[in-house]
Ligand binder design. Structure first.
Ligand SMILES: Nc1ncnc2c1ncn2[C@@H]1O[C@H](COP(=O)(O)OP(=O)(O)OP(=O)(O)O)[C@@H](O)[C@H]1O
Ligand SMILES: [Mg+2]
Length: 244
């Protein structure tokens, strides 16, 4: 099997997550307690909540960047004990390496995994094209717009065919038009992968556009989880706003 094209996805399924009585905090502060949440393989779970409610904390826990103080965090059947290549992260402020070109940023996860130079180049070329950056492949991050940088992050997240993509307000800093373009692009690329997505946002309309289900964070944990398909959108929107 190679890392390029559809072959990457063949046989790979999205990763499930399970939080079970999980609690998180920093120092003396408890941010989340007794969190119970199941994310199904291949679904898009959007997490909304007020600023400071612990959305990034939850995502960090799934990424393996923050250990639970109580309870369990499982990815598939396995406890999450640290970051792993099967779980890719996308941040709001791009985590691109400023001294590496677009191409070399996109190749990075494969380079870390010691994928051959040729395979790396093929996979990067394909993903750079899919996010519409072929012309900009040899530019440095500082020579790109904010939207273009988020495209690079998306390509970098997906190039290694992760089983889950964890996105923390990835489009939060973009203007409305660029944001809408990125949402369309994301839906488009997700159609071809089986990856599970956990996506954090402040924006209820973004949540409704992208989500299969929306988890609303309250003061110390998950308040409700709502299905987005099939129901009247306006009613759901009202409901989420009321819960926030
Ligand atoms: N590294 C840290 N050290 C100490 N406290 C932290 C740390 N990171 C977050 N917190 C605190 O944990 C709480 C939850 O933060 P978190 O970043 O998860 O919220 P959030 O829902 O992502 O907010 P926002 O919407 O503003 O991004 C906040 O009260 C925050 O001050
Ligand atoms: Mg946050």
């Amino acid at each position: 099997m190679t890392l390029t094209g559809q072959r990457v996805e063949a046989g790979r399924t999205g990763l499930s997550f399970r939080l079970d009585g999980a609690g998180f905090g920093y120092g003396n502060t408890t941010v989340l307690r007794d969190v119970a949440l199941d994310v199904a393989p291949g679904e898009v779970m959007v997490v909304v909540g007020a600023s400071g409610s612990g959305k990034s904390t939850l995502l960090r826990a799934l990424a393996g960047l923050l250990a639970a103080r109580e309870g369990r965090v499982l990815a598939g059947e396995e406890p999450v004990t640290g970051p792993g290549a099967e779980r890719a992260m996308v941040f709001q402020d791009d985590g691109l390496l400023p001294w590496r070109t677009v191409r070399r940023n996109v190749e990075l996860p494969l380079a870390i995994r010691k994928v051959s130079r040729r395979e790396r180049a093929l996979a990067a070329t394909e993903w750079i094209e899919r996010v519409g950056l072929t012309e900009a492949a040899e530019r440095l991050p500082r020579e790109l717009s904010g939207g273009m940088r988020q495209r690079v992050q998306l390509a970098r997240a997906l190039v290694g065919a992760p089983r889950a993509v964890l996105m923390d307000e990835p489009f939060g800093a973009l203007d409305a038009q660029t944001r809408a373009d990125m949402q369309r692009l994301l839906l488009d690329v997700l159609r071809d992968t089986s990856a599970t997505v956990v996506f954090v946002t402040h924006d209820v309309d973004e949540a409704l556009l992208l989500a299969d289900r929306v988890a609303v964070l309250g003061r110390t944990g998950v308040k409700t989880v709502l299905e987005t398909r099939g129901g009247p959108r306006e009613a759901l929107r009202e409901r989420i706003l009321k819960e926030l």
